[in-house]
Design a protein around this ligand. Structure first.
Ligand SMILES: [Zn+2]
Length: 237
């Protein structure tokens, strides 16, 4: 089902989309900004919901009574909704932005997944919350994993190595060793978490671009050592 990604150009602003998501409005923006892509997809800035991402594993179910979240970003790392005309957005600069849609139940999710989030189970929790709150079946959920730092560049220290090596979740296999240094493959770790949650691998598309390698397209905290993040978003209409 998955079939790569497309780079779109909106007045010189590049953003990425997945054919997998078909007509669901979404974009993985680049360092060139989010205003153009939001406007191109007809999303007013005040309909964009972002989170105060804290590298945790808490999932916000956005409903009418959590409307304040549109104005005041709340401390969560994932958000799910069945509401239309609310764009769920995730800011990243090396961590993975993960967008999900259940086309049969009309549910969307956006997840911020760095090593802490993955280690804490944010990806599985987001899928489980789609099941619990909206009766989604994992077999129906389509997942797009956006650009993050790749195993080419993501060197990790001993503390991260030992957390992953001792994890009960077989995450140790995503620590790679090269010339005495350790590197983490976040994308593969996220895919394992998704498959444990019951999402078929055919339903998953991962954009194979490394934020640290592709300075032309992306901010990278590792590379730049300064703020600057790209937005990824998804919306039901
Ligand atoms: Zn790289």
């Amino acid at each position: 089902m998955a079939k790569g990604f497309k780079a779109k150009d909106e007045n010189g602003i590049t953003y990425l989309q997945l054919p997998l998501f078909r007509r669901i409005r979404h974009a993985f923006c680049t360092r060139q900004g989010e205003e153009g892509p939001l406007a191109a997809l007809g999303i007013p800035p005040e309909r964009l919901l972002t989170l105060r991402q804290v590298h945790g594993a808490e999932v916000l179910v956005f409903e009418e009574n959590t409307k304040a979240a549109l104005t005041y970003p709340l401390p969560y790392d994932a958000v799910i909704t069945d509401k239309k005309r609310v764009a769920l957005g995730i800011w990243t600069a090396d961590c993975l932005p993960i967008l999900m849609v259940d086309p049969s139940k009309k549910i969307i999710a956006a997840v911020h997944a760095g090593w802490r989030g993955i280690w804490r189970g944010i990806v599985q929790k987001a899928v489980r919350e789609m099941e619990d709150a909206f009766k989604s079946s994992p077999a129906d959920i389509l997942v797009g994993i956006g650009p993050g730092i790749g195993p080419c560049c993501y060197e990790v220290r001993e503390d991260v190595v030992s957390l992953f090596q001792n994890s009960h979740d077989s995450l140790h296999q995503f620590i790679l060793e090269r010339e005495g240094r350790h590197y983490l493959d976040l994308g593969q770790a996220a895919q394992l978490e998704l498959s444990k949650a019951g999402v078929p691998s055919d339903n998953i598309e991962a954009i194979p671009l490394c934020t640290a390698c592709r300075e032309d397209l992306f901010f990278s905290y590792r590379r730049d050592k300064k703020p600057g993040r790209q937005l990824s978003f998804i919306m039901l209409r």
